[in-house]
Design a protein around this ligand. Structure first.
Ligand code: PLP
Length: 381
């Protein structure tokens, strides 16, 4: 049976990428591999929309999140954490593990942070050295307004804005330099269309200043050491050779299509999904800024969201359920990366059938029709 991976990570990998990764392994210190790394370094700048070096680690995204904490702060420092979901929670946990004091903004799940609250907290506590936030909180399907947050932190010489863009980067507009984001962290297995295993971090000149004074312990995720190696087209330790070969292929395709078109395509798929679920009488979980890269849907009364996930899985369609407090209450459909209209229409059609199986009556075709209307209109049909 075919498998349709409609989860917000991992996401499907294109056959061209798989072929690139099927090539014989190169030695990571060979001139051939160094040439690949050189190309990838340039392409990553394009993807992150930055002139800075994008550091690459053999790790999942959380590794780069940890790196962002340990390379910029000292024990006893204070960080402001925007905690509006499972991944916001992770920033708090990471800071606490390293003895960083956390001033936490608890954002109701499904809501985005209010920039005025961030400004107020920063004003009330000038000791805050970093603001940690998700660009896209994957557990709730909400985009936090990081552009507005950067407007606030840009004017503060003593505080940086650290953005977890693990599920955002390459999915929608997030220009690191253009918006003044200080650290952007990403992972390979979402809109970057690769298997899990690569983590990325890019730092603004202001963030690199923080690196100079940071005293938290670090070894593998030592950003300064990694930067030095990358400037010689190397990584500090053994490179994830296979994934990097895949990355070179992905970057070539991203450049060929262009970021603008990719973002527009994801947005179109997102609008189609959101119209489809509304047409089925369902509600979005996100009350503010619903995400362009995934749609979190409230399960209808009396229907367990986990059962929606399980029943769809039996049809070969993999979506995600809710996490922690949202478990059973929601289900999440991704539409980023190597996901197309046909994948989406199939998923929506499958969802209609499954909801009927679970006792929530939907007229078959109503969601598909709503999605087709958006897709047709947007494509100029
Ligand atoms: N942050 C966000 C926003 C995510 O979506 C994820 C993964 O789903 C992570 C962090 C954790 O990334 P990883 O599982 O690659 O360590």
């Amino acid at each position: 049976m075919k498998r349709y991976l409609m989860t917000p990570g991992p996401t499907p990998v294109a056959p061209e990428t798989q072929l690139a990764m099927a090539q014989p392994i190169l030695h990571h210190r060979s001139p051939q591999f160094m040439e690949i790394l050189g190309k990838v370094r340039e392409d990553l700048r394009y993807l992150f929309q930055t002139e800075q070096e994008v550091l690459m680690f053999a790790a999942t995204g959380t590794g780069a999140m940890e790196g962002a904490v340990v390379n910029t702060l000292c024990a006893g420092d204070t960080a402001l954490v925007v905690d509006g979901g499972k991944f916001g929670e992770r920033w708090t946990e990471l800071c606490q593990v390293y003895g960083v004091k956390v001033d936490r903004i608890a954002v109701e799940w499904g809501r985005a942070v209010n920039p005025a609250e961030v400004a107020a907290r920063l004003k009330a506590n000038p000791a805050i050295k970093a603001v940690f936030v998700q660009a896209n909180e994957t557990s709730t399907g909400v985009q936090h307004p990081v552009r507005e947050l950067a407007q606030i932190t840009k004017s503060l010489p003593g505080a940086i804005l650290v953005v977890d863009a693990i599920s955002a980067l390459g999915g929608y507009e997030l220009p690191m330099d253009g918006w003044g984001l200080d650290i952007v962290v990403a992972g390979s297995q979402k809109a970057m269309m690769l298997p899990p295993g690569l983590a990325f971090a890019a730092l603004s000149p202001k963030a690199w200043e923080f690196v100079k004074t940071s005293t938290l312990p670090k070894y593998y995720f030592d950003f300064a050491k990694q930067l030095k190696s990358q400037q010689k087209n190397q990584t500090a330790y053994t490179s994830a050779v296979t994934l990097t070969m895949g990355l070179m292929e992905v970057c070539a395709r991203i450049r060929a299509e262009g970021l603008e078109k990719i973002f527009a395509r994801n947005r179109r798929l997102s609008l189609a999904t959101k119209e489809a679920v509304r047409a089925m009488g369902l509600e979005l979980y996100a009350k503010d800024y619903p995400s362009d890269v995934l749609t979190a849907v409230l399960a209808p009364a009396g229907v367990d969201g986990q059962k929606v996930v399980a029943n769809l899985r039996r049809k070969g369609i993999w979506i995600a359920g809710g996490q922690a407090q949202a478990k059973g209450k929601i289900f999440r459909i991704a539409h980023m990366g190597f996901i197309d209209e046909t994948d989406l229409l199939g998923t929506i059609g499958g969802l209609e059938v499954v909801l009927n199986e679970l006792g929530y009556k939907v007229d078959l075709g109503v969601g598909v029709k709503a999605a087709q209307a958006v897709l047709g209109k947007e494509a100029g049909a």
